[in-house]
Structure formats: structure tokens, C-alpha cells
Design a binder for this molecule. Sequence first.
Ligand code: 13P
Ligand code: ZN
Length: 263
Amino acid sequence: MYRSGKIYIENALKEIKQIASILWKKGWAERNAGNISLLVDEDMGFSEFEEQASGKINISCPALAGKYIIISISGSRMRDLAKDPLNNLCLIKISADAKAYHLSYSGMFCSDGNPTSELSSHLAIYQKKIEENKPVKAIVHAHAREIIILSHKPEINNSDDFNKILWGSHPEAVVFLPDGAAFVPYKTPGSDEIATDTYNRIEGKSLAVWEGHGSLAFANTPMEAFDLIDIAAKASDIYLRCLSAGYEPKYLSEEEQQKLREL
Ligand code: 13P
Ligand code: ZN
């Protein structure tokens, strides 16, 4: 974990730049695909926060009242975010009743763009993790190709189906995703419906797979969140390449998985 205060923001911004560049290079961020956010509990030098515009929040997130979130701008490209984070991120403050957000025009984040179209999902995830007493500070959403392809497999209809393949195909997935992924059946991107369904399925999880669309990971830092998507993508890739080579992978047995869980 970072130290709090400005160091936290500075380090997190460095990570966000690095992740945005990796997502673009991996082909997981076509056009404006993907978004990143960072939950900031306290006012870390945002004292010059000036309310510029407001937006409505349609999902329930009372635990976020008064909190600040640094979040990518809707329509921004990861390849631009990697070069110029301050003009591709915005700062929002959640209102006291958590029914609206105020977009800042502070000295640091001076863009007049709106937060990502997936704002509802980001808010729902932060809310859920606070309710679980396992708060997270960062969310990364990417269109990781391998995970999307796997999510199209007709036999995968729920989290158990997905996690069987995830854990069976790659030891790292058992170690770093011991609770597996939440498989969320296809919903319209950017909708409150996808946010609510994600909220309902992520109990105990650090990764959500949006069927036919992409994945979101949530952790203490942006880099830790990215790593979870990367591991799930590697496991998906191994599985898919085995099938392409004409054979099923030699799945890790229950016993082999158990040994990894005990590590
Ligand atoms: P935004 O540009 O609004 O962040 O949308 C990208 C995306 O991936 C939607 O799911
Ligand atoms: Zn998306």
C-alpha cells in the first residue's frame, strides 16, 4: 500500500499511466475501451475544488457520500491517458446524499469531460466492497481479448463454469484469484443494469467478467487490479490455445489446486 496523501495520488497516477499504456499495447483498449478509477477518501489537496457541473447517480452508494474519485473521462483513449493523464482523467465528488456527483475544476484535473459511462459500475463496486468490510481503492476495466473470447463459450453460463476453467488452466490463477471471478451475463455496456447485476455477483470476489464485453478488477492499487485481469487473461489464453492446438488442457486436479491454496 502507498502512504496516504499526495504521495498516494502521485504514485497512483504513475501506475495509471503505465497501465493505460500496457492496455493499449496488449490490444485490450481499442478506441475508448476501458476505464480506470481511484477512490480517494480524504481531501488530498483538492481544497481548490470548484464545482463545475453535476450528474445524477441512479444506483445506491450511500457509503461513498462525500468521497472523491479520480476517474477516466468517457470517450478518452488509453493511449492518450498514458501520455497525458491530467487531461484524460477527471475528479468527482459524491454529494452528501450520494444521489449526485460534482465534477471538479480543480487546479490538477482541468478537463471538462464527463466521467466514464461505466461510472455506475465503479460506484457499485466501491459500495459493495465497503459493505463487505473489504474496501478497495482502485478499479480497472479492460477489454481483455482472451477473457472476452472465453466468455463466449456456450458452456459457460455462470461463475462456477468460468472458474473451473480459470483455476484448472493456470496455477497463478488459483494463487492470485482464490475466490475466482464473478461471471456477469451480458448486459448493455454503461447501463445501471450491468452495475446492479455486477454488485449482486461480486461478493468475496476481486474480478468480474462481463460476458461478451470485458472484465473489471478491484484492488488496493491500480497495478494490483491490472495484475488480476492479466492473470485471468493468461489462464484464458492457455485454455484457448490448447483447444486451438486440438486438445483439452491437462486441468490441475482438485488436490493440486488445494496445495496452491495453502501456499
Ligand atoms: P468509456 O469511454 O465511457 O469509459 O467507455 C469505455 C468502455 O469500455 C465501456 O464499457
Ligand atoms: Zn467496456
